[in-house]
Design a protein around this ligand. Sequence first.
Ligand SMILES: [Zn+2]
Length: 120
Amino acid sequence: MHEDTCTICGNNNSVGVFSSGIAPVSGSMCQTCIDKQAENIGIVLYWICSHGKLGDVPEFSQTIISYLDGKYVGWNEIASHYKKHENEIVKDFQKEFMDSSDTLVDDPLWPDDATLDEEE
Ligand SMILES: [Zn+2]
């Protein structure tokens, strides 16, 4: 299945389907997002949830780039967005894993040694 919309930034300039560096999911990405190794913001937020709380994520989280409110953001912006919306994000996360067998991940305990460099 080919989608033309980049799943990270939403522009209609996807160049293909690529894997996330932090979760066993893949989606269409544009060249800019590939170059920046950007992650889908929803995946990043769920990924934080999967670790329990913000302070429990692996150290490489500091290097995560995502796309939020029309621009590329680093970990500080992601973390403050998460803090601001923590309750609803956690609720969504739990709903996702309780309501659907077709979840984003097979195992919510994603490996801690996942790196952002897998596409190299
Ligand atoms: Zn993009």
